[in-house]
Design a protein around this ligand. Structure first.
Ligand code: AMP
Ligand code: MG
Length: 337
């Protein structure tokens, strides 16, 4: 390629990913690897081991697949938080090593903000409300006075985490979300017009916030009492997604904004995309979602935000490059337009 580029390293949880953008900000697809535990959930230490073992191979894959030269590297960005400490530290260490050895700027970025910026860049939306639905996070976010503010969020587990746990309890390994989507569709083939009242589940909305552990327990109980896994998957999606869309709609109403952007791995789901379209159409707003490879955790979004930070506020000093497991969306000052 012969042109400058910025590397982005994503390592907040299950995914280790190297992605890039060109110096003018054009996204370059990532090389990624996801740890898939044979049983049980994700153990932070095991995920971190996976990340460090696969690191060299993934970087080589990105360089060869995308025809990138280390000599053209202009900066290296990494997820500084939020996430699992051991996983974050692997990405940060790799980024520091590359920055020091190649003498290029180091850029610590906020993972949640990266989901917003990749969506804005790729979907061409300007000032959206973001419905961020991922494994560990569920937040409704909008920009106000130089920060992305959290207008509502889960009070317990992330929606993806809830879907993954439900799937795991019934024999499907991580990531469970896609299997739940398949099973919900299988239910529709048998029962083309199911009624939401058929299977009662708690509703996850609490004011502007959400909560998913109650709905998880109730869904497990329904299967234990004899409801088919497929019918519960359908009902679970309807209830959980409707709750998210309701809060997102209220956020649009409160802020007066007219664009809704989906982000996070659960935004790969066709049903939540469809519900978003319907709601946006009804209120004259525009719904957007990036291609699936940019909904899930990916290094490209980290590179993209790193580039914005490099231009607007400069690099991260080594002394300020510690990871922050609890980094909040609204802790990052937004100095770009
Ligand atoms: P992330 O944490 O943003 O990388 O997203 C991973 C999460 O997205 C996991 O909880 C997956 O189960 C979930 N996910 C991925 N694809 C789908 C899908 N088609 N439907 C529902 N959830 C999904
Ligand atoms: Mg994420």
């Amino acid at each position: 390629m012969g042109d400058g580029w910025i590397l982005g390293i994503e390592s907040t949880a299950h995914t280790f990913s190297f992605g890039a953008v060109t110096s003018d900000g054009t996204p370059i697809p990532s090389a990624s690897s996801i740890i898939r535990p044979i049983e049980g959930g994700i153990h932070p230490r095991e995920a971190a081991d996976h990340h460090s073992e696969i690191s060299g191979e993934l970087l080589r894959r990105l360089l060869s697949e995308q025809d990138l030269m280390m000599d053209d590297l202009e900066g290296v960005a990494f997820s500084q938080g939020p996430g699992l400490g051991p996983c974050l530290r692997v990405g940060a260490s790799v980024a520091r090593a590359i920055s020091t050895s190649r003498k290029v700027p180091l850029l610590g970025v906020n993972h949640c903000v990266a989901h917003i910026e990749i969506g804005r860049a790729i979907c061409g939306c300007d000032d959206p409300v973001l419905l961020y639905v991922s494994g560990g996070n569920t937040q409704v976010i909008a920009r106000l006075d130089g920060r992305y503010r959290v207008l509502g969020e889960t009070l317990d587990i992330g929606i993806g985490n809830m879907l993954d746990k439900f799937a795991r309890h019934h024999g499907f390994p991580f990531p469970g979300g896609p299997e739940i989507e398949r099973s919900a569709l299988a239910h529709l083939e048998i029962v083309p017009n199911p009624s939401i009242e058929n299977l009662e589940l708690p509703y996850a909305v609490q004011g502007m916030d959400l909560a998913f552990s109650g709905i998880l327990n109730a869904a497990d109980t329904l299967v234990q009492k004899g409801a088919s896994f497929e019918s519960v998957c359908w009902s679970l999606q309807e209830h959980a997604f409707a709750a998210c869309i309701e809060v997102a709609e209220r956020a649009l109403a409160h802020t007066g904004k007219s664009e809704l952007l989906l982000g996070g791995g659960v935004a790969c789901n066709e049903r939540i995309r469809n519900m978003t379209s319907v709601m946006c159409e009804e209120r004259g707003a525009l719904g957007h979602w990036p291609p699936k490879m940019y909904c899930v955790d990916n290094g490209t979004m980290i590179a993209l935000l790193g580039r914005l930070q490099m231009i607007s506020s400069g690099p991260t000093d080594l002394i300020d490059s510690a990871v922050d497991q609890m980094l909040r969306t609204d802790m990052t000052a937004i100095a770009w337009s």
